[in-house]
Design a protein around this ligand. Structure first.
Ligand code: SAH
Length: 230
């Protein structure tokens, strides 16, 4: 079972969508656990303040190192510790796979302009970004990362939800998918998928995957072709 600890000033946001569907079922079955720590519980002034104005001036507020540091030292007992941050290493499916093999994850969610750099340095905290855009808080990013990670924990996906030919699995985007009815508003399912000919179907799907990756993500296609060249 993977133990996840989240440090946040909004613990009520959790489990959020992680409480539904496959991740929610896995949570109630004990395939992973979620423990939320309210950073504000470690504030010590009479206002319970967790942030202060940035040194050097500028807009917004920065999360205080003394309060966040106290929350970390009371709750972090080893394992990977991650700060959700737009400056972090971009989250990829490879990274997700790697994280899904961890026994424990501690995740720090920022708010405002982010956290004081000294906390990141002091605890040697790894930074992960979910994309090149700015959110209002790390909670949203943490839930997205956890959603991707938890579904790869053994036992979370049933046999019917295999990951083997999903997008990114072999470096390509996934081929298009179809289901019944075979005819819908004048549109039909590609003939080959009805042929029952597994080899031909696999070839068609691979061709479609190459095609869509070429069109939408030439960067991925290049990586894929380079990896085949060796
Ligand atoms: N001033 C910061 C942005 C702060 S956004 C900067 O320019 O880098 C507030 C918080 O939201 C951050 O502390 C971080 O925890 C979270 N966050 C915002 N965008 C994110 C992203 N793309 N990936 C992961 N976390 C993000």
């Amino acid at each position: 079972m993977m133990k996840v600890k989240v440090l946040t000033i909004f613990p009520e946001i959790f489990p959020g969508f992680l409480g539904y569907s496959l991740t929610g079922k896995a949570l109630s079955e004990g395939l992973w656990s979620l423990d939320c720590v309210n950073i504000r519980d470690y504030a010590f002034d009479k206002h319970g303040s967790v942030d202060d104005t940035p040194c050097g001036g500028g807009a917004g507020m920065v999360m205080r190192p003394d309060v966040l540091g106290a929350a970390i030292s009371a709750n972090y007992h080893g394992g990977r510790i991650i700060y959700m941050s737009p400056r972090g290493e971009p989250l990829t499916q490879d990274k997700v796979k790697e994280l899904s093999r961890e026994e424990s994850l501690t995740i720090v969610c920022g708010r405002f302009e982010g956290v004081d750099q000294r906390v990141l340095d002091a605890w040697n905290i790894e930074e992960i970004s979910i994309g090149d855009y700015i959110l209002t808080g790390g909670e949203q990013a943490a839930q997205i990362m956890l959603d991707a990670v938890v579904r790869l924990i053994p036992g979370v996906l049933g046999n019917s939800e295999s990951t083997s030919d999903e997008s990114f699995e072999d470096g390509l985007l996934e081929h298009p998918q179809y289901t019944r009815p075979i005819e819908w508003e004048g549109r039909t399912v590609p003939e080959v998928l009805l042929s029952g000919h597994h080899k031909k179907i696999a070839e068609w799907q691979h061709q479609e995957a190459l095609e869509i990756t070429k069109r939408r993500r030439p960067d991925l296609l290049k990586k894929y072709l380079d990896s085949k060249r060796v």
